[in-house]
Ligand binder design. Structure first.
Ligand code: NCD
Length: 309
């Protein structure tokens, strides 16, 4: 697989074979991600991190990845401090970042912003989340987590829970899981159902997702429970948010219905949807999942910049 110079905008741009090879490369990166081994394969390279929306894990794990590969990072975590505030267009901001660095990571509140950025940048652009659209690098670390915890991606019954309408992580993940032929169950309040477009994509790949709002029932057959936060910032109306916030809560009481080897994932940040008492159970893998962002993003940065271990 040769990803050199390639943009990473949507997981749909990748074949299963390409995804498998990224996951294989990510595994090789683990000792480097942990600081047990050292490499300088991206020495002299510069990454721009352009975050027009809040982020903790995505930005810091990209920065950690670039540093661990011997590269350097420039960027911003808040557009208020940039010339966007003076009215500069996204395309001009991208042109600048492109001329100052070798690769761009962008997070933006508008769907399609990363695709637009890629049109104006000569160097590769990695989508770190575009509004309620897609989040391909999160998707790859989610797949990597399922693979390492469950030994395979296929043959799992995966329950995607919560805000399936506005949650970009689940839009990417549903498609990718369907590509592997995993079983999908979508659990959400009626007003936050998975967009039709995403369900259609799954069906086109031969996977018919099940829909329910009954979590107790869904959890009984689940191998993976992927929990999401209700995306408050995407609600046009606060009333609507107040109606659904707190609707699902994972706690030890609910886990009585779960399989012994159920894993619970969450892209984080969590708000109220997972009780901290669950953190100590063997089911909780969300902190490991967050760490997996580093080896996976190391593999992606090396691949698009042509670095080899
Ligand atoms: C997610 C995101 O930004 O879409 N966070 C992340 O990247 N780990 C999920 C969220 O904000 O709820």
């Amino acid at each position: 697989m040769n990803l050199k110079g390639k943009d990473i905008i949507s997981i749909k741009d990748f074949s299963k074979k390409e995804i498998n090879s990224i996951l294989k490369f990510s595994k090789k990166m683990i000792p480097y991600a942990k600081g047990e081994k050292f490499t300088n394969i991206l020495q002299g390279k510069v990454l721009s991190t352009l975050f027009f929306e809040p982020s903790t894990r995505t930005r810091l794990s990209f920065e950690s990845s670039m540093n661990r590969l011997g590269g350097r990072v420039i960027g911003f975590a808040d557009p208020i401090s940039t010339s966007q505030k003076k009215g500069e267009s996204l395309s001009d901001t991208i042109r600048m970042a492109d001329s100052y660095s070798d690769v761009i990571v962008i997070r933006h509140p508008q769907e399609g912003a990363a695709r637009l950025a890629a049109e104006f940048s000569e160097g590769p652009v990695l989508n770190a989340g575009d509004g309620a659209g897609r989040h391909p690098t999160q998707c790859l670390l989610d797949l990597f987590t399922i693979l390492t915890e469950k030994k395979a991606i296929e043959n799992n019954n995966v329950v995607l829970l919560g805000d399936l309408k506005y949650g970009r992580t689940v839009h990417s993940l549903a498609y990718a899981l369907a590509l592997y032929g995993a079983e999908l169950t979508f659990v959400s309040p009626n007003s936050l159902k998975m967009p039709k477009e995403v369900s259609e994509e799954c069906k086109d790949l031969g996977v018919e997702p099940k829909y329910t709002s009954n979590l107790e029932k869904a959890i009984k057959d689940a191998d993976v429970l992927y929990v999401t936060r209700i995306q408050r910032e995407r609600f046009p109306d606060a009333e609507e948010y107040n109606r659904v916030v707190g609707i699902y809560k994972i706690d030890n009481e609910l886990l009585k219905y779960a399989n012994d080897d159920l894993i619970i994932m969450h892209p984080l940040p969590r708000v109220t949807e997972i009780d901290p008492e669950v953190d100590k159970t063997k089911h909780a893998v969300y902190f490991k999942q967050a760490f997996n962002g580093v080896p996976v993003r190391m593999a992606l940065l090396s691949s698009v910049l042509g670095g080899e271990l």
